[in-house]
Each structure stands twice: as C-alpha cells, then as structure tokens.
Design a protein around this ligand. Sequence first.
Ligand code: ADP
Ligand code: MG
Ligand code: MG
Length: 251
Amino acid sequence: MLEVKNLHARIGDKEILKGINLTINDGEVHAIMGPNGSGKSTLSAVLVGNPAYEVTEGEAWYNGKNLLEMKPEDRAHEGLFLSFQYPVEIPGVSMTNFMRAAINEKRKYHGQEPLNASEFMKLMREKRKVVELDSKLAHRSVNEGFSGGEKKRNEIFQMAMLEPTLSILDETDSGLDVDAMRIVAEGVNKLSNEKTSTIVITHYDRLLEMIRPQFVHVLYKGRIVKTAGPELAKEIQERGFDWIKQEADGE
Ligand code: ADP
Ligand code: MG
Ligand code: MG
C-alpha cells in the first residue's frame, strides 16, 4: 500500500523530516505518536502533497505509484484521505454539494460517469447511516457552526463517502473529548477492512485502546525512532516520551 523510504522534507531552510522509513500493508492500522513538534503533521502534509513542504530526499510509493510525482488532487482520487487537525468551515457550501463535487471529480478521474442526483442521494443516505450522521448536518454548510463532535462525525462521513484506501487521521493535540474519540474510533473500525489501511496520528492512548492499531511508531526529531505493538501506546501513557527521547538522543 504505502512505502516511504528515507524521506526528507523541509519548510523554508528548516529540515523537518530527516529520513522517514515506513511500510504499510493492506488492512493494517498504524498509529504515529511523538512529542509535539516532531514532524507528525508534516509527514501527513508531505504525503498528501501540501506544496508548503519541499521533499529534498527519499521516496514514497503508493500502490506501486510514485506518490511524490502525483498532484495532490490525484493522490486523493487514487484513494488517499487526510483528515484535518483543524477542519475548515466553508460557509455557503452545503455538505451535499461539497461531497457531490468531490465524488464526481473522483469518478471523472477514473473515467466514470458522474452520479445523478438520485444515485448521489442514495449514496449519501447509505453512508450517513453507517456513520450515524444526522441528516440535518448533511444539509448545512460544511463544518459551519459544527461542534467538535459534529466536525469529527462529518470528517468520518467524508471518509465513508470517498472510500479511501489509505486514510490519515491527524488528531488535535488538545480538545478531543471522549465522545469525539469514540466517533473517530467507531468510524475507523467500521470503515476499515482487509483492503484499506489507516494511519492515526495521536497522543491519545485512550483513542488507541479503542482502535487497536497493530503498529505504534514514535516520531521524534523527524525520524521514526521506535516501532512496536499497541502496548507501546500504554507505556507512553504511563512513562511519557522522555525515555524514548533519551534512547534516541543517546545513539
Ligand atoms: P507535530 O505534528 O509532530 O507536532 P509538526 O509537523 O507540526 O509537528 O511540526 C514539526 C516542526 O516543523 C515544528 O518545529 C514546527 O514548528 C515546524 N513547522 C511546521 N510547519 C511549519 C511552517 N508552516 N512554518 C515553519 N515551521 C513549521
Ligand atoms: Mg503539533
Ligand atoms: Mg501535529
């Protein structure tokens, strides 16, 4: 699914990613943890093609294609999905119209006819049920005036609609309450199958207890310095990151 090799990236003249190696196979759920400022959000931004970051070295392959040579919108059409740490509000654009444009752009990319209004509404209904999104939210402007939990559910709904093969969920460093965590966890658990993969970026051990990733990575100073099973999240919860920082700095 995804193979990242020795990935380096910078913003301005500041190098942020300093040699990331990461392999994700079909059906796997990976968590990325790490102290604030270690490059977690940068990694997700680089993978989806945020032009603010410059890749200076390394490779990223996605289902056999060179991810770094693809336009950001094509990465999305190929099945890459990034949730935003701080979801944007788009006043005046209803969720319905927003999703319809996104779905039909993706279909066009794959040489398929656009969905007509009734096909699209049927899809909306099906997916709303899966993620238990209130129909009222679906008709409001994108994220406008949504509560934190509603934004989360909306994000999971977008994910359900777009049926990504690789989802990257970059969770806020603060302010994700237990209900919002449950929404995210249930969504990820419902939507993942043997053909999809998920990267959850979080420092919430609680969230990872609900999602149960097979792999937990720690990103520190632009490198993955530790990889283990879900027990690592628990250990970090209990001991913090200092011991991992010391191990990494001592090398
Ligand atoms: P994390 O998500 O792990 O907290 P980030 O990827 O957000 O870390 O940030 C990594 C480092 O890159 C930090 O030192 C941060 O200040 C810096 N950085 C990120 N984005 C920018 C930017 N747009 N301009 C300047 N520095 C940035
Ligand atoms: Mg941060
Ligand atoms: Mg971040």
